[in-house]
Design a protein around this ligand. Structure first.
Ligand code: NAD
Length: 380
């Protein structure tokens, strides 16, 4: 499929819908042909901002009338599976916000349907293709740090299990770019200072399925002796400055934070002996200074254009999104059972729900969707 311009429809016109729309609007090879939201005022607000008049409140009408190549699905996570399945009926390519969905049964379902329909799936983990991450990749390719040995990544201080689903999904996907496939995981998980029990399993805020653990530390095992540590610890106060990744190589290190990338030309850091060097960012030359979109979202769109041109998978494909979920479900399983979990797992059901069932515990009671309200039910 190689077109001058790919036609794009946006399903969901709130925060992330606006971010996606701006990126597809700015990119010279994509054109937004339709907008849809259940709430008409949201469609109108976004339509006015990017000057799109084809506005809908029904997804089937939008797709039938606008014939898009790609449909973006930036809605709440609990709706991802149902909406992906409905949109794939139309044999279009999709991109869905992260996390891809809430368990592996759903992820398998989406991938199988996409394969049957001849559609591509991308998961909006834009960090993995961001200018900073491409800069790190360039540094690795140039041999600046030798062979990768180890990767470290931390969250922002959300309640651990929720941090895993919400932020860990991005971090794990970043790690996959450098580590390749993950073969096994081992996790330590505590709530209120004690190892978790089946009673600590709860519904996630923001519709992200089922979670447990206030403080979560996981180790991931990749090929070629590469390992990674992933921290999702609840802080008393959220701290976005903790959201960093560091790659340790045999000859040096790389450090990522937000829109920045640094290089240490030594494998070990000693204060006052060496300094970290700032790396120049790799940004597409067609990203203009007056573009309104976030450069990472723009790069995500750019990689979809490349993938469709070359009949290739997006760097953040559905296969990668499902592997991220395998790792997250493996982390929960290891946290529950206190043992190494090999991937991919045969049992695709949610491991925390299986654990509760084995202990004779029934259905979970609903909790608030909003994170602040949810947290007040868990932490004194
Ligand atoms: N990639 C990132 O950096 C990032 C950042 C924040 C959130 N997210 C993810 O984005 C998603 C939520 O994004 P948001 O905060 O904009 O969501 P939101 O719930 O605020 O907005 C979703 C919009 O979709 C609409 N919608 C829902 N179902 C619909 C349907 N059937 N038809 C038409 N419209 C429908 C809703 O009315 C709403 O306006 C979550 O999955 C979250 O994890 C990603």
């Amino acid at each position: 499929m190689d077109r001058d311009t790919y036609r794009v429809a946006i399903l969901g016109c709130r925060g992330r819908g606006r971010a996606a729309a701006l990126a597809y609007h700015d990119h010279p090879r994509t054109k937004i042909v339709g907008l849809c939201d259940l709430i008409e005022e949201r469609v109108d607000a976004l339509g006015q901002q990017i000057d799109v008049t084809e506005r809908f409140t029904n997804l089937n009408e939008m797709i039938d009338q606008t014939a898009p190549d790609i449909v973006a699905i930036p809605t709440g996570t609990e709706f991802h599976h149902g909406l992906c399945m409905a949109v794939l009926e139309h044999r279009v390519h999709i991109e869905v916000e992260k996390p891809m969905c809430i368990d592996l049964v759903q992820a398998d379902d989406i991938i199988s349907k996409a394969e049957r329909q001849g559609s591509k799936v991308a998961v909006h983990h834009q960090g993995r293709v961001s200018p900073a991450m491409q800069t790190l990749q360039h540094a690795v390719n140039q041999g600046l740090i030798g062979n990768i040995r180890y990767i470290y990544g931390s969250g922002k201080g959300y309640y651990g299990g929720y941090g895993l689903m919400n932020i860990g999904t991005h971090m794990i996907n970043n790690m996959l770019r450098f580590g390749g496939s993950c073969r096994s995981v081992v996790a330590q998980a505590t709530t209120k200072g004690q190892p978790i029990t089946p009673q600590d399993v709860v519904p996630s805020p923001s519709g992200m399925g089922t979670i447990a653990c206030e403080h979560l530390t996981a180790t991931l095992q990749f090929d070629n002796d590469v390992t990674a540590t992933l921290l999702q610890h609840r802080f008393d106060k959220m701290d976005t400055s903790a959201y960093v990744m560091e790659i340790y190589g045999s000859e040096g290190r790389l450090f990522w934070k937000g829109n920045n990338a640094w290089w240490l030309p030594q494998p070990h850091y000693f204060p006052n002996v060496q300094q970290w060097e700032t790396l120049d960012l790799v940004v597409p030359n067609h990203y203009k200074s007056d573009n309104q979109s976030d450069p990472s979202d723009y790069c995500f769109v750019d990689d979809y254009v490349r993938a469709l041109d070359e009949d290739d998978e997006h760097e953040c494909s559905g296969y990668e999104g499902r592997h991220v979920l395998e790792i997250m479900m493996g982390v929960f399983e290891s946290a529950a059972r206190g043992k190494r979990v090999l991937l991919p797992q045969k049992d695709r059901g949610h491991p925390l729900l299986r654990w509760r069932t084995e202990f004779g515990l029934g259905k979970l009671e609903p909790l608030p969707r909003d994170y602040g309200n949810w947290l007040s039910t868990q932490v004194d």
